[in-house]
Design a binder for this molecule. Structure first.
Ligand SMILES: [Mg+2]
Length: 389
């Protein structure tokens, strides 16, 4: 039977956030996802990408345009010939979707929308959860566990609340179970260090503490901020301290004794290799949308491990469904991960956007992946009635 692939629908989900989320580069008032529905060999797959101009240079409108311009017959020709599940995963892993969609200018968020939909359809056709994709990647065996590992998710404090306000709202038992707190940086490193001290005062020395500057500090401020945070608050690592890929400044910060985590600076294995070669980082924040989908994210994790860099698995603000589900699947199986983020969709979207709904156990900070098949989610009418062209 001749394989078929049709893109049925590419739509925009810009759902208002019940409460804003702010960091050094952007204040989010609504989600910004592109949702794609396709049919591959008769099975429907649903995917999501989260384009951010300040992360990958992609916009929502440009992502929609690139996905609508895709010729599915070209893609199905690349995926043709794999009758079994592992063969189909290997065929998909061999296609460079960010470049297939963007040419000379790769489009990782657009690729993530397409790839997560393809994986959903493929897994559903075989009655498997997305975790089965990981089992079909022998090249990634060194970075994966064979079973799900329960992960405590990070507490992320953005600029809309102080650490004291946010952490005091938790029960003392829930506070005691926190393993990692990530603070978004203020423009002033002194004020940022004061916030970091609030966390240490409330949670003590054993919790991991990181600060994310989202590339917003000029180089001299980043170096001063790193020193203040290390000396005053025993910071564990500093995420994206200054303009992306300023390898020289990042290396000086590392040489001063503060480990650097790359985020906006690292989208693919090449960025990771540059960071390792220049001594600019010790850690990388991987995100499914930023990296171009599950398989490219996994490939970047493999490269990071080969080069001695450790990884965090992060999220984009306001992920609607496929992205958070597939992120959780990977988080539960990555063998060496310093931190895992889960988002705060239960606070941002009071009406569930997916069935089953997004949920995090805020007492124990756990966010297990949905059961599947596929990524296990379908949109609710509360979501579909808000989608726009
Ligand atoms: Mg970041």
């Amino acid at each position: 039977m001749k394989p078929t692939l049709d893109v049925l629908d590419v739509r925009t989900a810009q759902v208002p956030l019940h409460r804003p989320f702010a960091h050094a580069r952007h204040a989010h008032a609504r989600s910004g996802s592109v949702l794609l529905t396709l049919r591959w060999d008769g099975v429907t797959g649903w995917g999501e990408g989260a384009p951010r101009p300040y992360v990958t240079g992609e916009t929502v409108a440009g992502t929609v345009q690139a996905l609508r311009a895709l010729d599915p017959s070209a893609l199905v020709a690349l995926l043709d010939g794999a009758a079994d599940f592992p063969g189909a995963v290997a065929a998909l892993a061999a296609v460079d979707l960010p470049r297939l969609l963007g040419g000379l200018r790769p489009l990782p968020a657009a690729a993530a929308a397409l790839e997560t939909a393809l994986l959903d359809a493929l897994c559903r056709r075989h009655g498997l959860p997305v975790a089965a994709v990981l089992d079909a990647c022998p090249w990634a065996a060194d970075v994966l566990t064979t079973e799900n590992v329960p992960r405590a998710v990070s507490e992320v404090v953005d600029l809309s609340r102080t650490p004291t306000e946010q952490l005091s709202a938790l029960s003392s038992a829930a506070r005691a179970r926190l393993t990692h707190v990530k603070l978004k940086a203020l423009p002033d490193p002194e004020e940022t260090a004061a916030r970091a001290l609030q966390v240490r005062g409330l949670l003590g020395p054993s919790v991991r503490l990181s600060v994310d500057a989202n590339g917003g500090w000029p180089p001299d401020v980043a170096e001063r901020g790193a020193r203040l945070l290390r000396e005053r608050a025993a910071l564990d690592w500093l995420e994206e301290p200054t303009a992306p890929r300023d390898w020289a400044t990042l290396r000086r910060i590392q040489q001063g004794g503060t480990p650097v985590m790359l985020d906006e600076s690292a989208m693919d294995p090449t960025d990771v290799a540059w960071a390792a070669a220049t001594g600019a980082a010790s850690l990388v924040n991987l995100r499914i949308s930023k990296c171009g989908g599950l398989l490219p994210t996994l490939r970047t994790a493999v490269r990071a491990r080969e080069l001695g860099l450790r990884v965090q698995l992060g999220v984009q603000v306001g992920e609607i469904g496929p992205l958070w589900s597939i992120g959780r699947t990977l988080a539960a199986r990555l063998g060496d991960v310093v931190a895992v983020e889960a988002g705060r969709q239960d606070a941002w979207f009071p009406t569930p956007l997916t069935d089953p709904p997004y949920a995090v156990d805020r007492q124990h900070h756990t966010a297990p992946p949905p059961a599947g098949p596929g990524h296990g989610l379908r949109p609710t009418t509360a979501l579909t009635t808000q989608l726009t062209d």
